[in-house]
Write a protein that binds this ligand. Structure first.
Ligand SMILES: Cc1cc2nc3c(=O)[nH]c(=O)nc-3n(C[C@H](O)[C@H](O)[C@H](O)COP(=O)(O)OP(=O)(O)OC[C@H]3O[C@@H](n4cnc5c(N)ncnc54)[C@H](O)[C@@H]3O)c2cc1C
Length: 310
């Protein structure tokens, strides 16, 4: 991740500004405000703004006139109760706004989450940076043989080198042709004064999906937890998971009680179907249950045994 001097100055200036407010603020999140948290090779997530804290969840749940807070242990207990019982609207009282820089193929997965407000960098209006995501060698894996949506073993030396070379050279070639079609350098000057240059909205179609884009993304805490439960999960692709994990760190700083409840009751939890629960009950009663007489298909059985560590 490389920021220009101007971008660094903008971040420092934003951090230097102080506003007085009667609204609750969270010192741990204030300390992170505006700072880019590095993700992948050129990406980042940074918190731009937020509203609410753990107290706002409690305040809404109690519909109280003041801050609604009692002892931390009582607030934690209430927040954990709300999370455990999917009483979700109090979590919607908190909002957060991020600035994210991410490869286009990650953005395409991310944009499926419809409950956020998004404003993306316009490649009709501006020229995209010459930055492409190139995975680090430990993330260059073969297609999984057991999961059509997953990765298998890491590619070995020669094959990894070949793939990295293809990724780099294809992205660079496409970008060079993008710049040639635009007939414009990064400063906006014509490369060849005798040509008009193709419109930015058309030239961009030549870019590879690992080119970085950027957006501002605002969401409430309930929907952010839903996003994180899907994208910080082991089933999510590594690249979007890397963003989800960076965001989870900001949520830890922002609403520690709610985030701990989320980790306990969503992220680290498992939903058992009725037949699965019946199997667990039979096992606890000392019965030797096998897949054929469990009422579960082989896949469900495998998932349950993996979750039980058997
Ligand atoms: C591991 C993984 C693999 C995936 N694979 C594929 C794939 O192969 N192909 C593919 O196309 N997608 C795939 N997806 C995307 C997935 O199907 C969802 O589109 C995505 O995760 C967003 O989930 P969501 O709709 O619950 O989230 P959001 O859009 O954030 O919505 C949150 C919740 O709001 C409600 N909601 C929002 N909008 C509506 C609406 N219009 N109608 C009703 N309820 C609504 C729903 O309850 C929803 O759960 C995959 C996702 C994951 C995590």
């Amino acid at each position: 991740m490389r920021l220009t001097e101007q971008q660094n100055r903008d971040i420092e200036a934003a951090r230097a500004q102080q506003s007085q407010t009667a609204r609750p603020t969270v010192p741990a999140l204030e300390a992170l405000l505006f700072q880019p948290l590095r993700v992948l090779d050129h990406g980042f997530v940074r918190v731009i703004d937020y509203m609410g804290d753990d107290g706002a969840i409690v305040q809404a749940a109690r519909v109280s006139y003041g801050r609604g807070t009692r002892r931390v242990s009582e607030d934690a207990g209430l927040i954990r109760y709300l999370m455990r019982h999917h009483h979700s609207t109090p979590f919607e009282m908190c909002e957060i706004k991020y600035h994210v820089k991410l490869p286009i193929f990650v953005a395409r997965q991310w944009i499926r989450h419809r409950t956020a407000n998004v404003n993306e960098y316009s490649a009709r209006y501006s020229i995209l940076d010459r930055e492409f995501y190139i995975p680090s060698p430990e993330h260059l894996a073969a297609q999984s043989s057991v999961n059509r949506q997953g990765r298998g073993d890491v590619l070995d030396g020669d094959e990894a080198a070949l793939v990295l070379d293809l990724l780099r050279s294809d992205a660079a070639r496409c970008y060079d042709h993008y710049a040639e079609m635009l007939n414009e350098n990064a400063a906006g000057a014509a490369l060849d004064p005798s040509r008009q240059g193709l419109a930015r909205e058309l030239a961009r179609m030549n870019l590879t999906l690992n080119t970085y884009t950027q957006w501002y993304w605002k969401i409430d805490l309930h929907n952010l937890f839903h996003f994180l439960s899907l994208r910080a999960d082991a089933h999510a692709q590594y690249e979007i998971r890397a963003y989800a994990e960076a965001m989870l760190a900001t949520v830890d700083a922002w609403v520690p009680l709610a985030c701990q409840a989320f980790r306990d009751y969503r992220l680290g939890a498992l939903t058992l179907s009725g037949p699965m629960l019946a199997v667990v009950r039979r096992m606890l009663a000392g019965e030797a249950v096998g897949q054929p007489d469990s009422g579960l298909n082989r896949r469900e059985w495998g998932e349950l045994m993996a979750a039980l560590g058997r």
